[in-house]
Structure formats: C-alpha cells, structure tokens
Write a protein that binds this ligand. Structure first.
Ligand code: ASP
Length: 280
C-alpha cells in the first residue's frame, strides 16, 4: 500500500515561508489520513477521499480556494480513474459545488461519465450535492487586483491498495483569469490516467500537458515495459522540447512511487506506512 499526493505547481517566489510551512503540515496530515483510509478501503475510494481533503483546504487551487476566471466566475474540473477497470469519470467547468471530485466519483456509476458546465451542476444537484460557493476573499482580492497568481495549486492523488490495484484522482480550479469555456487538462487523459500497470496525475500548464499527453504517455510507456523512471524521463524530455511546464506523480504496479517536475516546482507528499517524503 502506497500513496502520493500533490498540491500543484509553484514558483519559488510566489510562496511565503508561512504558506510553505502551512502546506507542509497540510500535505503531511492529508497523506497520513489518506493512508489510514487506504488500510481499509480501495485505491479508488482512497484517491477520491484524498483529493476531497485537498479540495477542502483553501491553500490549494481546487474546491475551496479555486481561482477565479476572467469573467469573475469560478469553474472547476476534476476526474477520477480506476486502473483496474480503466473507467474514467469527470466534471469539466462545474460551478458551486464543494467537492468536484465527489461528483466525478458519483459519475462512475453512469454510462455518460464526463459531464460539463450546467449539465454537470444539474447532475450534482439531482444527486444531493448542495449549492456551495468555493470562493475565498484572497482569490477575489487577487482577481480584483488583476494579479495573475503565480501559484497553480491543482491537487491530485495516486494510490496502490493492498490488492495491488491502482487509481488516480485530480481536481483543479484552473489556471486563473482564463477565458470562460477554457478546458483544463485535469479531467482529460493527459492530466489524469491509470490502468493496471501505472497511474499518473499532473499539474502545471494545462495546454502543455495536453500537447504532451503527459499522463497517458507515461502510463502507456510503463505498460509497454519501460520503468516508471524512464517513462517519466522520456515524457518530460518531450515536454521540454515543446517548452512545456508540468509536474506529475505516479505509482506503477510494483508499487514504485515516482514524481518529476519541470521548472517551477510541484509540492507533494508520499507515505508508505513508514516513511514520509514531503516537498514544499
Ligand atoms: N493544470 C491546471 C490547468 O491548466 C492548472 C494547474 O495544474 O495548476 O487548468
């Protein structure tokens, strides 16, 4: 059993020391709580749980604390994928729900598994998700000052459970100040992908992640026999060739946990029941 979570991509200068310490504590607490959950739950339920905890923490740009788009509205995206069944479900540009990842998980039961915009919100309401504003004063202030926030705090989780099953979940408030209608990578196979061999969640510039097809590519390379390290290496080399920016976390079927980022850096934490690795 292993779990790795990420809290997005940040330029060193955009985080005060206070925020860094808060993130370190938050990531450590969430990865530990999620590991305890994994002891009695599947990888699939655990990644949804881990991402919902990250969404509830306003330190990250997902759920509460999501960034505001250029028209003053928050639209969030999230997806979850079961490595065993290769089912992926997600919501794209959903408004006014507390936990987009839990709506994405609910959609696992449906034939139509990725919903966008008002359709996603209608589905959420019909399935008991209350109306909830995820806006916090700090994001409104940044929006009003028209300061592009340098920190991108998308969140993600990858887990392998006691039966060796893999799953991944990713959730984002987007990149901030985007044109309404823009689609993030997080609810696509470029940003969130898993099969029986590997599971990967990405953060960074969505357009670059989609151009590079990052998560799907890493997973496919592991499936075809590359080590997870080489799969990450090759995919990040290709990202560099297009001048792209991203970070990614992953676990393979043997339980090897891996992460990589281009500049700037991704904040993450992993736990295997004994050792923590936390980077903020
Ligand atoms: N990947 C996200 C997006 O482009 C942003 C992020 O990772 O922070 O929407």
């Amino acid at each position: 059993m292993k779990i790795i979570i990420h809290g997005g991509f940040f330029s060193e200068s955009s985080q005060s020391n206070e925020v860094k310490v808060a993130k370190q504590n938050s990531l450590k607490a969430i990865v530990k709580k999620s590991y305890e959950f994994l002891e009695t739950n599947s990888a699939l339920d655990t990644v949804a749980y881990a991402v919902s905890l990250l969404e509830d923490d306003e330190l990250y740009n997902a759920g509460i604390g999501s960034q505001i788009q250029s028209d003053g509205v928050i639209r969030m995206s999230a997806a979850i994928m079961d490595g065993e069944t290769q089912k992926m479900s997600g919501v794209i540009n959903i408004q006014n729900v507390k936990n987009p990842i839990l709506v994405a998980k609910e959609l696992m039961k449906e034939e139509d598994r990725v919903l966008g915009g008002s359709g996603a919100k209608k589905y959420a309401t019909a399935h008991g998700f209350e109306d909830f504003s995820t806006e916090i004063p700090q994001r409104r202030k940044e929006y009003e000052e028209k300061l592009r926030s340098h920190g991108k705090g998308t969140v993600g989780a990858v887990a392998i459970d006691k039966n060796g099953k893999l799953a991944v979940a990713t959730s984002t408030g987007g990149k901030g100040f985007e044109i309404p209608g823009r689609i993030s990578d997080s609810a696509t196979v470029a940003g969130n992908y898993a099969n029986k061999f590997c599971a990967v969640s990405c953060t960074g510039v969505g357009e670059d992640i989609v151009s590079n097809a990052s998560a799907a590519k890493i997973v496919t390379r592991v499936t075809d026999g590359l080590s997870i390290e080489n799969a990450f290496d090759r995919t990040f080399e290709e990202l560099k060739e297009i001048g792209g920016f991203a970070g990614a976390i992953g676990i393979d079927y043997e339980g090897n946990v891996f992460h990589r980022d281009s500049h700037p850096t991704m904040v993450f934490a992993s736990f295997d029941g004994v050792d923590f690795e936390v980077f903020v």
